[in-house]
Every structure is written in C-alpha cells, then in structure tokens.
Design a binder for this molecule. Sequence first.
Ligand SMILES: [Zn+2]
Length: 204
Amino acid sequence: MRCLMCGKKMREEGSLEDLLFSNDLLCSQCRSRWQRLDRHFRIDHVPALASWAYNEAFASTLLQFKECGDEALADVFLYPMARQLRSRYAGWTLLPMPSSRSKQEQRGFFALGEIYRQLDLPLLECFEKTEDLDQTGRSYDQRLAMRSRIRLKEGIEIPRRIVLVDDVCTSGSTLRGALACLDRSKHRIRIHVCALASGRHSFR
Ligand SMILES: [Zn+2]
C-alpha cells in the first residue's frame, strides 16, 4: 500500500510507526506534519471541538480532497479519532454544514458527508445554502454578513441530540448561521459542534 499523499510505499519499507498504525492511509512522515489540537471551545455557548490545527499539511490535503476530487482521501481526516468520536456521539445525529449547489455539482460528491460517513452515525443533511456564494476570499465581516444565507430545509424534524459538523472553523460564521436557524428553546435539543480543524487566529 502506498501513502495517499506522498506515494511512498508503506509497510514493506515503512517505519515502525507505519507497521504499528498500519490502517492509516498516510505514512508516518506525512501524518507527523499534521498537528493534533483537540481544542475545546464554544460557539454561541455551544460546546465545540476542533481536532487538528489548520496548518499547511492539513490545508493541502483538504484541498487535494475537495478541489482535486481525490475521494480516496476522505478517511484520512478523522482516522486517528474516529473510534473516540463514534463512542462519544453514539445516539447523536450529525448535521453537516451545506456546500453550495454549484460546488457540489462541480465536485460530484458531498465532501463533508464523505468525511464524516466513517463515523457510522446518522447523517442528516437538513441545511441548505440559499444562494451560491463562495466564502473564499471574503473578509471576516463579509462572511459574518453571509451567515443568514443558510437555512433549514422544510419539513425536517430535528433530532434531540445533534452535532453540527464542518471542515474548518475559522470565523465560525457558517456554524453560527446554522445555530441561528435552530430554535433551541423550542426544540429542546442538545447541540455540539465538531470541526476537523481550526485556524491559529480563530476566535476563542
Ligand atoms: Zn506520505
């Protein structure tokens, strides 16, 4: 088997780490460039967790997966913590943040859904974007202003325990927008937030 990022042969020629953690799709060298963060914080009083630092190695893998359509990479993002998250959120439903329709059509797959599918938890795509606006390259304030462009699809019943899941949490505006869609007192729901990574300059 070869590392999905650098193409180096694993196991046969791999290091001891590769032999010990042989289910990882990245070699120990590529994996060592990722920085585990396990950062606990809050978004609008909701407990949130980011597993990785949004550094260069993480960003380039995410780009390779999302924009170059390298679907085989889907499992590398949660691989080291999948078991832990699966037991932590047993009985919860994952609510992925929506991609714009044009992005999704361009990619041919729902990136976030592919990543979180490995947790084997129910995945409910209940949010949608009201306009196809790409957040890339926009300022913090512009992105905050865009948050209301997320809405709940009609006629979907929200489960009692939900985890809003996203890839990278920088300003948190997407997640805040999603939280704003949920009538938390009315629904009497428990909510957590789970992001793959958060940036160095993310809010606290
Ligand atoms: Zn590698």
